[in-house]
Design a protein around this ligand. Sequence first.
Ligand code: TMP
Length: 222
Amino acid sequence: MSAQPGFITFEGVEGSGKSTQLYLLSRAFQAAGAPVQVTREPGGTPLAEKLRALVLADTDGGVDPRCELFLYLAARHDHVTRLVRPALAAGRWVLCDRFADATVAYQGFGRELDPEAVARLAWWGHGLRPELTLLLDLPVADGLARVAARGEANRLDREAEAFHLRVRDGYRQIAKAEPDRVVPIDATDDVATVHARIVDAVRARFGNRLPEGLAPSAEARP
Ligand code: TMP
């Protein structure tokens, strides 16, 4: 078992490849014999998955931006207390698809609520900060084209391009403000290349805390 597991989050605009990359990194950890917990936000616990379905569903008359914000926050608190903290305490590495930065980028910048106020709420109370946040960055139009090709767009995916441009800009501002935690990853290349960049970033951040032999997953080969 790793002596001290880490909490790693994946962020990015729609269609940035987070879920694929998170899966590949989890396979790399597993291949090196490290216990790993894969999870996502909103979601990860029974209640948070119900909140996810609510907040991403189309609702007659739309959703008030502050109501949306509080649904994401509610889901986060259940997720952190019931899943993330227990997993870390049990010695598992936690790889999470989105976390508090998504609230700042989407509700603060995308919805144009006050980003500083949203950031205070997004980080308040749960006391958890990822040691490494991988920001998968690519042009909004490219990401939205990938989502359209998948054909599974949700309420937020279908927001206007201007919304997604604000989200990307928000993420970039966060990365600039916290360069020690947030590492931008160029996500425009093929899956294997992006995966190799991510493994490098993980090695650089965690060094000898990582399981011996952590290497890019064989599943990423083209
Ligand atoms: P996903 O598509 O990456 O699974 O994320 C679900 C959607 O929820 C995505 O459009 C981003 C959005 N989101 C927020 O707006 N605020 C948040 O705090 C989180 C975690 C996600």
